[in-house]
Design a protein around this ligand. Structure first.
Ligand SMILES: [Fe+2]
Length: 401
């Protein structure tokens, strides 16, 4: 298999290399021939939002993404508008209802702004669906071709937690801007001179919040239906504040490009952050998306200047001698991390830098993480305690604690 074959189109277009992806998102070698449900990587994260026209502007101006494609009433899509944005290998699709009877409007009323589809690129849609069906998955869309003058995309969709789906997309015979029905569109946002080309390069992981007592069921779903494997890191009762807790396990695709931590609330004295999510989202859904950057300091500065709010980290976190001893030498001086509230975690493989935004919509549901990996393949387990305490202070501010 040539080096080119192992990059996705998006990664090639973003001029990302295999070595860079190993570092950015922990990509590992994997033989798809032995995989019952081979997954190449992420295809797109599709959102239903209250106002896609304005959300597109938000992701452009504050997240440094670029609009690349569009579908809507002007292109024959009467029901809703869809904006496609990219940053490196990350693709977001924002759906907003035009027709009040649109299913996008129903979804938004039930869930608020949220992820409807975590679409995955697969080399063989039919083989994946056949395997998924045999393992009991709900097939929402049978494999079918969609074509236009740019070629043909084969796609299908299976259901996952809540009202979330996984579209399975094979775009190897397609060279259009996104999917048939979309037209290329250029960003109209004028960036200041000297602005960075992009603020993040790749999607690292998408976390799902599921119902109390159902985490192992969903871990089993990903293992059985999609051939995913457990990653070592898991969070149990040992990681909890006095009041609220969660349990978490991580499953990953064979090449580790696609990683899904799954959280469930743990029984606690107070309402946990997962309970708050489940209440306000109206059930299970995607909790946070981790965006991989190779310059977290520059990214945080650019996003903060554009008005993005990050969870504050207490000074005590950085002054803790045990933490200083544990994290050792990192690329950025601790003072620089502290000035921005960036967290550090280290394990036997290396370290990572991470920071979390406040929820980016009206409801206390979905938010983002920025992550800069230096060898560590973890998810910041060492930071969970400090992080939970920060999240609980935020919950209390909202009156949900
Ligand atoms: Fe995360």
């Amino acid at each position: 298999m040539s080096l080119q074959d192992t990059l996705t189109d998006q990664e090639r277009l973003a001029e990302l290399g295999l070595d860079e992806l190993r570092r950015l998102v922990g990509l590992v070698d994997h033989d798809p021939a032995t995989d019952p449900f081979p997954v190449t990587g992420w295809d797109a994260v599709v959102w239903a939002v209250g106002n896609a026209t304005q959300a597109a502007h938000f992701y452009e101006s504050a997240f440094g993404m670029r609009v690349v494609a569009y579908a809507g009433p002007e292109t024959g899509r009467r029901d809703h508008k869809a904006y496609v944005l990219e940053s490196g290998a990350v693709r977001f699709v924002l759906l907003g209802a035009v027709d009040p009877a649109s299913r996008v409007a129903d979804h938004h009323r039930r869930h608020g702004d949220g992820v409807v589809d975590i679409a995955l690129e697969v080399p063989d849609v039919d083989r994946c669906v056949e395997h998924a069906r045999r393992e009991g998955a709900t097939v929402l869309e049978e494999p079918h071709d969609v074509s236009d003058e740019h070629g043909t995309v084969r796609r299908a969709a299976i259901a996952t937690y809540g009202e979330t789906r996984h579209s399975l997309v094979d775009r190897s015979r397609y060279d259009g801007p996104y999917l048939p029905g979309f037209v290329a569109r250029e960003s109209t946002l004028v960036r200041p001179p000297g602005a960075p080309k992009r603020l993040f390069q790749a999607l690292d992981h998408v976390v799902g919040n599921v119902e109390l007592g159902r985490m192992d069921e969903w871990v089993g779903f990903y293992r059985r239906v999609m051939g995913f494997t457990n990653m070592a890191e898991f969070i149990g009762d040992d990681i909890a504040t006095d009041y609220s807790a969660l349990m978490s396990k991580v499953v990953a695709s064979g090449n580790h490009r696609v990683k899904f931590p799954l959280n469930e609330p743990a029984v606690a004295r107070r309402k946990s952050q997962i309970d708050e999510y489940l209440e306000f989202y109206g059930g299970p859904g995607a909790q946070h998306l981790a965006l991989a950057t190779n310059d977290i300091v520059g990214t945080v500065d650019a996003m903060a200047a554009a008005g993005i709010e990050f969870l504050p980290t207490p000074a005590s976190y950085y002054e803790d001698p045990a933490l200083r001893a544990r994290i050792g030498e990192v690329r950025v001086p601790v003072e620089e991390l502290q000035a921005r509230g960036i967290l550090v975690d280290r394990d036997e493989d290396g370290y990572l830098l991470q920071i979390f935004t406040r929820p980016t919509g009206d409801r206390p549901t979905v938010f983002f993480e920025l992550i800069e990996r230096h060898g560590s393949l973890g998810f910041g387990k060492g930071n969970f305690q400090a992080l939970f305490e920060a999240i609980e202070r935020e919950q209390a501010r909202r009156g949900n604690f």
